[in-house]
Design a binder for this molecule. Structure first.
Ligand SMILES: Cc1cc2nc3c(=O)[nH]c(=O)nc-3n(C[C@H](O)[C@H](O)[C@H](O)COP(=O)(O)O)c2cc1C
Length: 321
């Protein structure tokens, strides 16, 4: 069976499937549950300095097979309260990555320092939430802000800093480059894509906040394009995020240049049993394709061979789910 373990900026993961931030990660028990179900690591929901209630309902809408539209408004208990959840998760042996958000560099640094003290193996900076004014992608669309916040955090913590970038930009490579200049150890690409749905009977947006963020199968090609473009330009490790529902989806991200992937909407659709299914089917898929490890498939869709005309016999068979 192919070796599924991967290295993410010096952190060894038993497999490339990380629980994505904000889905199933609200408590230590749920984080620990995802680990016990087979995740390679778990990312906490994004935590800020103070408790936030988030937006009033409705905050999430299922768009059937496309995925979810959500505008939660970053509800969280604040960094004072959250460490006990990480302690509970770590007691299961879980590899925990702490997700942090803030309004400015000072808040990011404050929360990151306190999050690091909980024993997380890395920090993910959420510079990319598409629906929270003054937070997330409003600052994360500006490369100078991305660089400054990353550098401010990097100077104050020892664990690797992963910067989660927004797809709501004309230049994802510019954002990744800015994060790298600021000292990021890795990039996560992507957060949700700014989106809207309208209830024609009520003549208003379906979510209380109006605009939301799209996740799930509909955004996989966007996430893949960002990962692929960043890998063409930079050597920094990349975590692929967006629409990973199957082992084949994950392998697409790996071939585009990611070393690991995050899984969010698939967990919401299927529950944490999805991790066992993904781990098993990725092992089988790699064996079938003749790869001895995830690492050996990384970046396989780049280079001159990947750009040569495709012989008819190598065209891919229809996808299975
Ligand atoms: C309900 C919901 C809540 C989310 N909350 C967060 C969050 O707190 N922090 C964050 O960085 N991303 C958050 N995300 C984005 C996911 O981590 C992920 O980037 C996105 O959903 C794309 O992956 P997916 O298609 O596998 O869901 C959230 C997504 C959803 C659907």
């Amino acid at each position: 069976m192919a070796d599924l373990s991967v290295d993410l900026a010096g952190v060894r993961l038993r497999n490339p499937f990380l629980l994505a931030s904000g889905i199933w990660g609200e408590s230590g028990d749920s984080l620990g549950g995802a680990w016990k179900a087979g995740a390679g690591g778990v990312i906490t929901k994004s935590i800020g300095r103070l408790p936030r209630p988030g937006y009033p309902n409705p905050t999430i809408e299922s768009l059937e097979r496309w995925g979810f539209l959500n505008a939660m408004g970053l509800p969280n208990p604040g960094i004072e309260e959250y460490p006990k959840e990480i302690e509970t998760a770590r007691a299961t042996g879980a590899t925990v990555i702490g997700s942090v958000f803030g309004a400015d560099a000072a808040e990011f640094v404050d929360v990151a320092e306190r999050m690091e003290r909980t024993g997380v193996v890395a920090l993910e900076l959420n510079l990319s939430c598409p629906h929270t004014e003054g937070l997330g992608s409003e600052i994360g669309q500006d490369p100078a802000e991305v660089e400054a916040i990353t550098r401010a955090v990097r100077e104050r913590v020892r664990v690797p800093v992963i910067v989660k970038i927004t797809p709501n930009t004309a230049d994802p490579v510019g954002l990744a480059r800015a994060a790298e200049r600021g000292g990021a150890a890795a990039i996560s690409a992507i957060n949700t894509v700014r989106a809207l749905a309208i209830d024609v009977h009520l003549r208003r947006p379906t979510l209380s906040h109006g605009l939301g963020g799209l996740s799930g199968p509909a955004i996989k090609p966007i996430g893949l394009a960002c990962v692929w473009q960043i890998r063409e330009a930079l050597t920094i490790p990349i975590v692929g995020v967006g629409g990973v529902m199957t082992a084949e989806d994950a392998l697409e991200y790996v071939m585009a240049g990611a070393c690991a992937v995050e899984v969010g909407t698939a967990v919401a659709f299927e529950g944490i049993g999805v991790f066992g299914r993904l781990v098993e089917s990725l092992g089988r898929l790699l064996d079938e394709l003749g790869f001895e490890s995830v690492r050996s498939a990384q970046g396989a869709a780049h280079g001159s061979e990947a750009r040569a005309p495709m012989p008819a016999r190598r065209r891919r068979p229809p996808r299975s789910r």
